[in-house]
Structure formats: C-alpha cells, structure tokens
Design a protein around this ligand. Structure first.
Ligand code: C5P
Length: 310
C-alpha cells in the first residue's frame, strides 16, 4: 500500500467593502475628547476595496487600482488592516489558536479621499479574519470593534443608507428603496481628515454645539426624487476642504454647468461627487468631464451592501 500525503489546502476568505458618501454631514463644535459631534447620513456606493485573508505568515500587501494615484499608505505595522487584525485577535477566547494570516488589500476607493477607503479596509479585514479563524463574532461586537478602529468603520460594516450620530459610529439603518446615481471624481492628491477638521475649527470657532439636523435629506430620500435630494445635500466640511483646495470649487462649478443636479465634496474631501438623475445621465456626465485634466471619472450608484464575503 502507498500512502500519499496531501498538502494541506491554503484557505482564504475574500471580503468586499464599499465606499461611502455623506448625503448630510452636520458638524458641531469639538467636545473635550477633540472629536466633533456629527449628525450625518451615510450612503454606501458601488466602489469597493477587497481584502483577502489567507493562511500565511502575517504579511500585508496592498495593490492599488491602476487608475488611482499612488498614495502613500502606512507601512505594515501602522496600517489600519493590521490594527483590525490585532483588535479582532484580542477578542478570541484565551488559548484559542489563531494561525497567522496574510492580508491582501485591493484598493479601488480613492486613498485619503473622503470616501472611507481606510474604513472599508478595516471593516473587510474584521469580517474576513472572523471567517478565516471561525470566531463567529456577533454583529454587535464587530460594530464595537469597528468604532474603535475609526468613526466610519461601523458604517462600512453596515452599508446601505444610515443615519449616524456621535462621531458617526452610532448608526440607525434607513429604508432607501431608490437607486441614486453618482459621478465620482478623485483628486490626484489626498487630504488628511484631521487637517480638514482643524481648518473647520479655525473657520468656525463659534460652530454650534449641536450639529445641523439631517431632516431635509431624510425627507428627500423618502421622496425618491433626485432633484429634492440634490437640493438637500449638505456638507459642513465642504468649506474647509475648499479653503485647503480652492480648485475643487472650479470642478464643482464645471460639473454643475455640465448638467449635474448638484456637486459637492465627499466627506472631508478631496473627492468630488455629482448627483445625477439616473444611470444614463451619470455616464453622459462622466464622459463629458473626462479629459486630460480629469483622467479619472467614475460612476457609482447606491445604496449597496456593507462588507460581505465574496
Ligand atoms: O475616527 P477617525 O479615525 O476616522 O478620525 C480621524 C480624525 O478625524 C480624528 O483623529 C479627528 O481628528 C477627526 N474627527 C473628528 N470628529 C469626528 C471624526 C473624526 O474630529 N467626528
């Protein structure tokens, strides 16, 4: 009899997590912890990062889509996916064997773009490693770990359309049966979120304690009328982002002159998004905007699912 020893199959789990747009971003005066109270409405849109976790030796590799400028990503130890892996591992019962895992991040969401790309990577890592390690972590614990990694990570897990308060991590899912169409224009160079919040503090030292309410966006969403949502879109970080990058104002004006229902900075920027009537309108606007100065113009719709296994 001949015994053949089969090599152990390398297991892997791939998780896809979406970018977000803030349809409303009301920002209040910072509290004693330095964070700003938010009243925000997130929408997950169909632009994704994937994280593949596989049996390995603990390496982290980042592959960036060819259309994205090569942003400087933190090295291994500082990368948010490594933080996510350590945080999840720390929740495992004592004595549980957690084999080292390799993480491959495939980035398509603009880096430092105001679309929660880093948060998507953290959310995808939590879900991928939870599956690879068979931890069966509850949604509640995953959301809590997400909130510790970054204010937008819980939303990357949840997806859809949601109302966010606190730092943006306290979420309530919203019914949103319409498909909204966006043109997304990344910038060649990212903006750091803390620097935009700092500029906000300098420009608005008397910002109200309570952030502006999102009720206009909530009622526009339930109307399902793109013109109504266009009129209700609101971003308190737009003024500081435009102050740091005045050329974004020209881009918004150009998209609106070309027929966008409304253009705005996404979150803390510098990505600019344009709301369109429907898919045909978005594709036509994107075609018109794309030129030598704007080589990358994307079309995405929302809402879409949060982090999910492929
Ligand atoms: O939570 P996250 O890591 O995404 O936040 C990045 C930075 O953005 C924080 O360190 C803080 O400077 C700023 N921030 C804030 N108020 C919020 C969210 C973020 O001031 N609600």
């Amino acid at each position: 009899m001949t015994l053949s020893i089969q090599p152990e199959e390398q297991r892997s789990v791939t998780v896809r997590a979406p970018a977000k747009i803030n349809l409303h971003l009301g920002v209040g005066r910072p509290t004693s912890d330095g964070f700003h109270p938010l009243d925000t409405v997130f929408q997950a849109v169909g632009l994704y990062d994937d994280v593949r976790a596989s049996d390995g030796d603990g390496s982290v590799t980042v592959e960036t889509a060819s259309y994205l400028p090569l942003g400087v990503l933190p090295d291994h130890a500082d990368n948010i996916v490594s933080h996510a892996a350590r945080l999840l591992a720390a929740t495992a019962a004592e004595g549980t064997e957690l084999p080292p895992a390799d993480l491959l991040v495939e980035k398509r969401i603009p880096v430092a773009g105001g679309m929660a790309g880093g948060s998507a990577d953290a959310a995808a890592t939590l879900v991928a490693l939870d599956r690879l390690w068979d931890l069966d972590t509850s949604d509640e614990v995953l959301l809590d770990l997400g909130g510790r990694l970054g204010s937008d990570v819980p939303f990357s897990l949840l997806g859809g359309t949601a109302h966010g308060t606190g730092r943006g991590e306290l979420l309530q899912a919203l019914p949103d049966g319409h498909t909204w169409w966006w043109v997304v224009v990344p910038s060649p160079e990212g903006l750091s979120t803390p620097s935009v919040y700092r500029r906000f503090d300098e420009m608005f030292p008397d910002a109200p304690e309570s952030p502006a309410s999102s009720h206009a966006v909530l009622s526009a969403l339930s109307s399902r009328v793109p013109d109504r949502l266009a009129a209700a879109l609101h971003n308190d970080l737009e003024a500081p982002a435009l102050d740091l990058r005045p050329e974004l104002g020209d881009l918004i004006a150009r998209g609106e002159a070309d027929g966008a229902l409304r253009g705005m900075v996404s979150g803390s920027g510098p990505t600019v998004v344009f709301l369109c009537e429907n898919g045909d309108h978005a594709r036509a606007l994107a075609d018109g905007l794309q030129d030598d100065d704007l080589p990358v113009v994307l079309v995405a719709n929302g809402p879409v699912s949060g982090a999910h296994v492929l």
